[in-house]
Ligand binder design. Structure first.
Ligand SMILES: Cc1ncc(C[n+]2csc(CCOP(=O)(O)OP(=O)(O)O)c2C)c(N)n1
Ligand SMILES: [Mg+2]
Length: 323
C-alpha cells in the first residue's frame, strides 16, 4: 500500500471506522451463533475499506443507499451503533423501530436514506435522490452501494443510462467481491467486465483495489468533485472479497476448495492490517492502534447491552405504518 499524503487525523479516522465495523460484525456473528439475533445477517467483514473510504470522502449531508450487506455503510456514514444493534435485535429502539432487521436500516440524520435487500433496488433510488438534489440545487451527491450481482439486473443499466443523460450527481459504487450468493462471477457473465458498462453509457468508470481504503477515498473524492461541478455520474468498481458466508457467521468454506484457496489469498490483503502498516510508517505507535481496537470493542459491547436491555415493539402496534 503506497504511503499517503492525506492528513494523519483522516487516516486515523479511517482506521477507527474500519475497526468499528469489523468489531461490530464479529459481535453480530457471535450473537447469531448464540441464537440471540434472529434476523438474517449478511456480514461485511473483509470489505470495510469500501464503505469507509467512500463515506469519509463524502459530506455529512450527502446521501447514501445500501443493500442487504450494509451495516458497514451505516456505521461509516456515522450512524449510531446502539440504534443499529437494537434494529438487528428487533427492538423498538432500532433505527427502523425493530420492524426492518439487518437489511432494512436507515440513519437519515447522517444521510443514510435506506437499505433494501432486493438486489439493485437502491440504485434507482439513489438516482432519484440525485435528481431531487439537482432540481433543488443543494449540491448534495448521492451514492448507491451495490454488489457485483446487482450489475446483472436491469435496474443497474437503466439507471446508469438515465443518470448519464440527466448528468445526475450520483456515484455508483460496485463492491465486486466475485460472488453473488454461491455463484462466482465467471459462472454468471462472459468476463469480469462490470466497469465496461460505464463506457457504454458515457459514464467514466474506474476499477480500484477495494481493500485499499486510500484509493477508494481518492476515487470517491474525484467522483464527488465531478458530480458537484455538474459533470454527472461516475462508476467506481472496487475489487474485494467477503470473508464470511453469503449470509450468517460461517467462514464460507462450503462452496469448494477453490474458495478456500481464494480466501487465504484475500485474508493476506486485510484492509485494516494494510492501513495499520501505513499508520505505523507515519509514526503512529502500535499501542495507539490497540487502544482504538479496545475503544471500538467497548462501543460495540455497549451497543449489544443496549439492544439486549431494550423492549420489543408493542404487539398492539403491529399494524401501525401499514397502509
Ligand atoms: C431481485 C433479487 N433477486 C434475488 C435476490 C436473492 N439474493 C439476495 S443477495 C443475492 C446475491 C447478491 O450478490 P451481490 O449483488 O454480488 O452482493 P453480495 O451478496 O456479494 O454483497 C441474491 C441473488 C434478491 N434479494 N433480490
Ligand atoms: Mg457479490
Amino acid at each position: 500500500m503506497p504511503d499517503s499524503a492525506l492528513p494523519i487525523f483522516l487516516l486515523k479516522r479511517m482506521y477507527r471506522t474500519m475497526v468499528l465495523i469489523r468489531r461490530f460484525e464479529e459481535q453480530v456473528a457471535d450473537r447469531v451463533t448464540a441464537g440471540e439475533i434472529k434476523t438474517p445477517c449478511h456480514l461485511y467483514i473483509g470489505q470495510e475499506a469500501i464503505a469507509t473510504g467512500a463515506c469519509l470522502a463524502l459530506e455529512r449531508e450527502d446521501y447514501v443507499w445500501g443493500g442487504h450487506r450494509s451495516h458497514g455503510h451505516y456505521l461509516a456514514k456515522g450512524g449510531d451503533p446502539n440504534t443499529l444493534m437494537a434494529e438487528i435485535y428487533g427492538k423498538a429502539a432500532g433505527c427502523a423501530g425493530g420492524r426492518g432487521g439487518s437489511m432494512h436500516i436507515c440513519a437519515p440524520e447522517v444521510g443514510l436514506l435506506g437499505t433494501v435487500p432486493l438486489v439493485a433496488a437502491t440504485i434507482p433510488l439513489a438516482a432519484g435522490a440525485a435528481l431531487a438534489s439537482k432540481m433543488r440545487r443543494d449540491r448534495r451527491v448521492s451514492v448507491a452501494f451495490f454488489g457485483d450481482g446487482a450489475t446483472e439486473e436491469g435496474h443497474f443499466h437503466e439507471t446508469i443510462n438515465l443518470a448519464a443523460l440527466y448528468r445526475l450527481p450520483v456515484l455508483f459504487v460496485c463492491e465486486n467481491n466475485l460472488y453473488a450468493s454461491h455463484m462466482h462471477i465467471l459462472e454468471r457473465r462472459i468476463a469480469d467486465n462490470i466497469a465496461e458498462a460505464g463506457a457504454a453509457h458515457g459514464v467514466p468508470a474506474t476499477v480500484v483495489d477495494g481493500n485499499d481504503v486510500l484509493v477508494v477515498y481518492e476515487a470517491t473524492r474525484a467522483a464527488t468533485e465531478r458530480a458537484r461541478q455538474g459533470l454527472g455520474p461516475s462508476l467506481i468498481e472496487c475489487s474485494t472479497y467477503r470473508w464470511r458466508g453469503h449470509v450468517g457467521p460461517s467462514w464460507d468454506m462450503d462452496v469448494g476448495l477453490k474458495r478456500k484457496d481464494e480466501l487465504q489469498e484475500w485474508l493476506a490483503r486485510d484492509p485494516i492490517a494494510r492501513l495499520a502498516e501505513v499508520l505505523i510508517g507515519r509514526g503512529v505507535g502500535r499501542e495507539e492502534l490497540e487502544n482504538v481496537d479496545r475503544e471500538c470493542l467497548a462501543v460495540v459491547e455497549a451497543a449489544v447491552k443496549f439492544a439486549q436491555d431494550s423492549p420489543y415493539p408493542d404487539p398492539g402496534e403491529v399494524l401501525a405504518h401499514v397502509l
